[in-house]
Design a protein around this ligand. Structure first.
Ligand SMILES: Nc1ncnc2c1ncn2[C@@H]1O[C@H](COP(=O)(O)OP(=O)(O)OP(=O)(O)O)[C@@H](O)[C@H]1O
Length: 431
């Protein structure tokens, strides 16, 4: 695992200045609240009398972060991934200065805007207008500077009518929009974004991502926490992966995300390649044609070890018919796992739309969807599968067949694989 860790995330020019330097950072928490308060008071007292902080674990304590090191340079975008409780928010809170590490140091260069909670730093009783002033002044702007940007902020957040209503009446999406708008209009040198872009509608998210791109071109660095690997792949040029507080991979985004996705599969006790067998149905549960297993094959018919964008791939549905049926069709809906709410299906394929109907006789069958090349981008997906008779009758449904797709190395930061050929035409034929 350690060979995946690059000390310095080196995508941008090595000459650009380091804006975040996290050195040997560890942070411990206590599982028991009463004990935690007691330890807290004792630690403060020790510090006041100039004593050293206790660097070992006491009863009920655990490391939320353990010896984390990385550097970020001007204009870099760093993705932060890891399972729930891995320590991502803790790391962002330490970088933003909200909490102190127990061991190690964080050095920052430039104005930091943390977007760590929905409507970060907003007072729910104050209006949107009052909160803009309060929030932006905390982020370091003078009243004059805020006045000059005020209209831009509300235009960006699109909350014109609600600007004089208390923030407690805002929806979570509106509060997130206002928080994001305030933060980016302070022209921060470093932006810390914790999942806030996971709320809000798609149009607004697209606007935020465009803005982030623009800010990066102007030299803003940012750290983005997102559960959706695709969002990290689209936006960030480097990433770090935390497991139980330890940094186990860092560097090139695709490599880190690949490792993260591999682990997601190990976690779910199922490898990409595994054939998924479904429990046999009793006579009373069956509608006459049952899905028995699901898997993928390659162009030679071999069961696929792992899926790659651009490779010839067949999705196979093993089934068992208890009697003869005609007009049998397969419907598939593929959704990106961890996709931001509302993105919906990335692919819907219906045998009925393609007018592909099969006849089955009693016994075992395998219905194949043959794809000359797999168009899905690297990522993790879930597929719902329906076996139907025309559009009227459903024999069997399987709601969530999970699989992941890796990159063939020629895809980066894009949504689908495009089969292609390149050529140059020269001379008379070029007209
Ligand atoms: N103030 C606290 N007191 C005690 N434990 C805490 C505190 N804050 C966080 N933790 C614990 O520290 C660990 C890391 O939490 P953290 O919120 O950083 O994880 P995360 O990776 O951001 O998770 P998620 O993806 O669910 O937001 C978790 O086990 C969490 O329960």
């Amino acid at each position: 695992m350690t060979e995946l860790v690059d000390r310095e995330i080196a995508i941008q020019s090595q000459d650009s200045e380091v804006v975040i330097s996290v050195e040997n950072v560890s942070k411990k928490f206590c599982r028991d609240l009463r004990r935690s308060l007691f330890y807290g008071v004792r630690d403060i007292a020790t510090e006041l009398i100039g004593g050293k902080r206790i660097e070992t674990l006491r009863t009920q304590e655990f490391w939320a972060l353990k010896d984390v090191n990385f550097e970020l340079r001007r204009g870099q975008a760093l993705g932060l991934v890891g399972a729930n409780g891995a320590g991502k928010s803790t790391l962002l809170r330490i970088i933003s200065g909200l909490i102190k590490p127990d061991i190690g140091t964080v050095k920052l260069k430039g104005r930091v805007a943390p977007l760590i909670a929905l409507g970060a730093g907003f007072n729910p009783l104050l209006t949107g207008r009052e909160n803009i002033y309060a929030n932006m002044s905390i982020l370091g702007l003078s009243t004059k500077e805020i006045e000059a940007r005020f209209q831009e902020v509300i235009d960006f957040a699109e909350i014109w009518d609600a600007i004089d209503a208390p923030v407690q009446n805002y929806s979570s999406g509106m509060a997130a929009r206002l928080g994001f708008a305030c933060a980016i209009h302070t022209e921060p040198e470093i932006l810390l974004i914790d999942e806030v872009l996971a709320v809000g509608d798609i149009k607004f998210k697209a606007k935020c991502y465009r803005k982030l791109h623009q800010l990066r071109q102007q030299g803003t660095s940012f750290v983005l926490v997102n559960h959706n690997p695709q969002a990290i792949l689209n936006v960030c040029d480097s990433a770090i992966y935390l497991v139980k507080g330890e940094l186990i991979a860092s560097g090139d985004t695709e490599r880190v995300i690949e490792k993260y996705e591999e682990d997601l599969f190990l976690d779910s006790k199922r490898k990409t390649s595994e054939v998924m067998y479904l429990p046999e149905k009793s006579a009373s549960e069956s509608f006459g044609l049952d899905i028995t297993h699901l898997f993928f094959r390659d162009a030679e018919g071999k069961i696929l070890e792992s899926l790659k964008s651009g490779e010839p791939t067949s999705f196979c549905v093993g089934c068992k018919a208890h009697q003869k049926f005609d007009n049998v069709t397969l419907h598939l809906k593929i959704t990106e796992l961890g996709g931001e709410g509302g993105t919906g299906a990335v692919l819907f394929l219906s045998g009925e739309n393609d007018e592909k109907f099969f006849e089955v006789v009693p016994g075992k069958h395998e219905i194949q969807l043959q794809m000359p090349c797999l168009g899905l981008a690297p990522g993790t997906y879930t597929m719902s599968i329906k076996l139907k008779q025309s559009s009227i009758y459903t024999f069997d449904v399987f709601e969530s067949f999970r699989f992941s797709v890796k990159s063939d190395g020629t895809m980066s930061q894009c949504k689908f694989y495009q089969p292609r050929a390149w050529q140059i035409v020269t001379g008379d034929r070029a007209e």
